[in-house]
Write a protein that binds this ligand. Sequence first.
Ligand SMILES: C[S@@+](CC[C@H](N)C(=O)[O-])C[C@H]1O[C@@H](n2cnc3c(N)ncnc32)[C@H](O)[C@@H]1O
Length: 240
Amino acid sequence: MKFVRTEKYDKQFVTENLMGPNALKMLEELISTLDIHSGMKILDLGCGKGLTSIFLAKEFGATVYATDLWIAATDNYTRFKAAGLDNLIIPIHADAIDMPFADEYFDAIISIDAYAYFGTEASFMDTKLAPVVKQGAPIALAFAGFKEEIHDNLPSEILAFWTKEDVEYFHSCKWWRNMLSESKQIQIQNIQEMACFEEAWQDWLDSSNEYAALALNDKQAMESGAQKYMNFISILARKI
Ligand SMILES: C[S@@+](CC[C@H](N)C(=O)[O-])C[C@H]1O[C@@H](n2cnc3c(N)ncnc32)[C@H](O)[C@@H]1O
């Protein structure tokens, strides 16, 4: 796939603010079939340093609630002001399991490379996430996973660089489908592996910001063959 929108962004700015695989490429692929437009209120959950929030505001004129746990709201606000987008992006420091939003507030929820950190309990969708989005609205999630469930027999390429705990939140498309099928509040539309996997990972492996340095194990694992067991998973659903 060609990342026509992503390519417009300054590579240095993107690289400096990556916290994992290229979030803009993941986002551009994830939302390619969605109708995102000006005036929508979007929850960007686990937005990290806000790259995806900037993209959603700039490309579509959407109002974005840039919500994250590890990155301070003031840090993101500084970036949004510098991008001239502080009129469209609201920086929020919050935990996904205790969000400060009204029920049925959002027109869409988007989450890139974050959902697996907090969404692996089946109850999370119906008790925490789905309530804050309007009926019929899209919920779009993308994150790293495994091609198959290999937790009971982790290959040496993975165990050489990661512990069992490091990879416990990686799951297969089938696992996510089974788990999310328990939700009474969403209808799953599509769960699939993403095309951007290699390209978006490579951008991360090539970057050298503070987070990339911390994630040295990611780099070594991927370069030593872990890549063949991994993928990115996209999930598109709608609130019933
Ligand atoms: C790998 S980073 C990805 C950040 C960003 N989405 C990106 O792709 O550049 C994972 C993000 O998930 C966020 N996160 C993890 N657990 C969270 C939670 N319980 N509530 C909100 N955000 C959370 C972290 O704060 C972090 O910024």
